[in-house]
Design a protein around this ligand. Structure first.
Ligand code: PLP
Length: 406
């Protein structure tokens, strides 16, 4: 039977546990900096105006049905999703050596990629994850039996990238390992390599014949510019790497619960490229069939409506600038307030880091204390979601951080 030895009680997901604790807190001053979802200046979820428009267009269509999608997903959505992540002029697209499968958002894409590599990767079956990384990476790769190793990423001293540590771990990894890279707006640190550093990493990975696995959950959130946030991926593709990409539309479209995302595989250039990608696509379809049969329809329809209409696309870019712009303003204000208060330590990392999150450098003890004393909720590693800050709570949060640091 399913005794406790056979099925032990699993620990609660830390992030969802934090959300529950926040919800249960009755204090009116409470602040949620845990959530990995955008909030507007009133701490409310923000349905992107362009998503509302796409939704209205879809609902107006009397012929809209609810049939199954093809196994690999909605074609006009996938095509534009590939253009977006690879660049419409990508050599991989022109040379027909990229394939795309629509997935259950970014999580499903990471999973499908992990499953594919577990089956078919003939190099070293080990994935190197940044330390720290999105916690779910560990579970997803473990679930398909791919062992996990780590490369250093975050420097506690500079609160920036530990580039030397990262390079030497990737150089020291067994040849032909899988290296998982956050394409932009690294979660949880908010620290990304510079373009020059990406180039150095590509050199090392080429030398070691490593396999790049890009996870891109925040395109448009880092710089506010879609084309800038995929620069690392474009560079690796231009360098001729064979690679895979997990792409999420949860954050940049605010389609969290609709689960819109894609998995892309790219092979290197050469005479065999097109037939290789056709074989890869056929195997991905088999895996997808046994896992989910067909991907979900509605989120993909919404994103597709926007991606395939130049006017709506321009509005989306504008909405993205609204989100990233508000986050950047909150970074500047939080840093300014902490510096004004003379809070011990340096706070430049708040504005140096980018994307949805900031790694404050607060210790676990301080995180628990600020939760207890000030009802400010953040993850134990000191990560704050910048989108949880707004003009109504930023003073309060800065003072609470100041108090807990002293
Ligand atoms: N990858 C990273 C690094 C993330 O931070 C997230 C979400 O927080 C995801 C993937 C997947 O998100 P979703 O499955 O909601 O698209």
């Amino acid at each position: 039977s399913f005794s406790a030895e056979v099925v032990p009680q699993a620990p609660e997901d830390p992030l969802f546990g934090l959300m529950a604790a926040y919800r249960a807190d009755q204090d009116p001053k409470k602040v949620d900096l845990g959530i990995g979802a955008y909030r507007d200046n009133n701490a409310k979820p923000w349905v992107l105006p362009v998503v509302k428009k796409a939704d209205a267009i879809l609902r107006d269509d009397p012929n809209l049905d609810h049939e199954y999608l093809p196994i690999a997903g909605l074609v006009p959505f996938k095509t534009k999703a590939a253009d977006l992540i690879l660049g419409a002029d990508s050599p991989a697209i022109k040379e027909k050596r990229a394939t795309t499968v629509q997935t259950i958002s970014g999580t499903g894409a990471v999973h499908l990629g992990a499953l594919f590599l577990a089956r078919f990767w003939t190099g070293t079956k080990k994935v190197y994850l940044s330390n720290p990384t999105w916690a779910n990476h560990n579970q997803i790769f473990s679930n398909v039996g791919i062992p996990i190793a780590q490369y250093p990423y975050f420097s506690k001293e500079t609160k920036g990238l530990d580039f030397e540590g990262m390079k030497s771990a990737i150089l020291g990894a067994e040849d032909r390992s899988v290296i998982l890279l956050h394409a932009c707006a690294h979660n949880p640190t908010g620290v990304d390599p510079t373009m020059d550093q990406w180039k150095e990493l590509a050199d090392i990975m080429r030398q070691k014949n490593h396999f790049p696995f890009f996870d891109c959950a925040y395109q448009g959130f880092a710089s506010g510019k879609l084309a800038q946030d995929n620069a690392a991926i474009r560079y690796f593709v231009e360098q001729g790497f064979e690679l895979v990409i997990a792409q999420s539309f949860a954050k940049n479209f605010g389609l969290y619960g609709e689960r819109a995302g894609c998995f892309h595989a790219v092979t290197g250039p050469g005479a065999e490229a097109e037939s290789t990608i056709t074989r890869i696509a056929s195997q991905l379809a088999i895996l997808q069939r046994s896992e989910i049969s067909n991907p979900p329809l509605y989120g993909a329809r919404i994103a597709s409506t926007v991606l395939n209409d130049s006017k709506l696309f321009a509005e989306w870019e504008d909405n993205l600038r609204t989100m990233s712009g508000r986050i950047i303003t909150m970074r500047k204000e939080l840093r300014a307030k902490l510096e004004e208060l003379g809070t011990p330590g340096t706070w430049n990392h708040i504005t140096d880091q980018i994307g949805m999150f900031s790694f404050t450098g607060l210790s676990e003890k301080q995180v628990l204390k600020i939760r207890e004393d000030a009802h400010v909720y953040m993850t134990k590693n000191g990560r704050i979601s910048m989108a949880g800050l707004n003009t109504n709570n930023i003073d309060y949060v800065a003072k609470a951080i100041d108090k807990v640091v002293r």
